[in-house]
Design a protein around this ligand. Structure first.
Ligand code: PRP
Ligand code: URA
Ligand code: MG
Length: 221
């Protein structure tokens, strides 16, 4: 994995271009004094960039349309329907933006919580479209820390017949440890992220980090 600041890093880790504007948005949400409303609106702006980048990684096929001036526009359309799968709870922040961008999108849910003491993920529930194996899947979780939650969620998708190639994991912050953990088991799985952090601290939180994304987004603690 490379961590160059310019943008896309390699075939499997797609880091958003580290523009000044993106860094300014990160500066707002990483500030411990950022209030709830600003956190939601600003993280939403980053999430939309992540989702657009993830959508661009999906397969497209040629598709022509007639323009109002009687010409053909030789365009593209996605080959497969798209299904968003948020890891509840924090992933629902991304579901909110995906649905705003694409109101007809199908949504599956996977409820996984990280144990507060052991930091190990616990799977409580999943509800996915019966034909999810025919979709391109955006797996949505803003935090990739140890990678335990991501791996557990990926296992759920694979168990439902989704091909590894059809999954794009979308995360706002990623720790090198989490990226490595995902790629140790799934070397080709694509990850889109807006920041690669320094490392995890002793409590398995990312640093410099953002704290607990779910608590900050939903106003709980
Ligand atoms: C957080 C986060 C990820 C997970 C990442 O969830 O939203 O799902 O931890 O950590 P990992 O990579 O070490 O597994 P949390 O359990 O805090 O639930 P929440 O979404 O309700 O905040
Ligand atoms: N979950 C979070 O919300 N933040 C972290 O830094 C790690 C896991
Ligand atoms: Mg949390």
């Amino acid at each position: 994995m490379a961590t160059q600041a310019a943008g896309i890093t390699n075939e499997t880790v797609h880091l958003l271009p580290q523009t000044r504007q993106l860094r300014a948005l990160h500066t707002i949400i990483r500030d411990r004094n950022c209030d709830l409303e600003r956190f939601v609106t600003t993280s939403g702006r980053i999430i939309r960039q992540l989702v657009e980048t993830a959508l661009d990684l999906l397969p497209f096929e040629p598709y022509g349309v007639q323009t109002p001036v009687g010409q053909t526009y030789h365009g593209l359309r996605p080959v497969k329907p798209i299904c968003g799968v948020p890891v509840v709870r924090a992933g629902e922040s991304m579901e909110h933006e995906l649905r705003a961008m694409s109101p007809g999108v199908r949504i599956g849910k996977i409820l996984i919580q990280r144990d507060k003491v052991t930091k190990l993920p616990r799977l409580y529930y999943s509800a996915l479209p019966a034909d999810i194996d025919r979709h391109s899947v955006l797996l949505l979780d803003p935090m990739l820390a140890t990678g335990g939650t991501a791996l557990a969620a990926i296992e759920v998708l694979l168990a439902h017949g989704v091909a590894e190639d059809d999954i794009v994991f979308v995360s706002l912050l990623s720790a090198p440890e989490g990226i490595d953990a995902v790629h140790a088991r799934h070397p080709n799985l694509r990850i889109v992220t807006s920041a690669i952090e320094e490392r995890l601290n002793e409590n398995a939180y990312m640093i410099p980090g953002i704290g607990d994304f779910g608590d900050r987004y939903f106003g709980t603690d």
